[in-house]
Design a protein around this ligand. Structure first.
Ligand SMILES: [Zn+2]
Length: 58
């Protein structure tokens, strides 16, 4: 009988699981600034957990 090694699923931090599901914890990174690409004022938000940034046009 072969020894059964329990399968251990690597558990990522809970926060990242939420992030993968699109539930980021956005925090205001910087006040409104002018985005040259969009040609208008935007605010930058950064996720506290995964560090992803999101730019939102005003
Ligand atoms: Zn995130």
């Amino acid at each position: 009988m072969p020894k059964i090694i329990p399968f251990r699923k690597p558990s990522p931090p809970k926060g990242h699981t939420l992030c993968k599901n699109g539930h980021h914890k956005w925090r205001l990174e910087s006040a409104s600034r002018f985005d040259v690409k969009q040609g208008r004022l935007v605010t930058v938000h950064r996720c506290e957990r995964c560090g992803q940034t999101r730019v939102k046009a005003l």
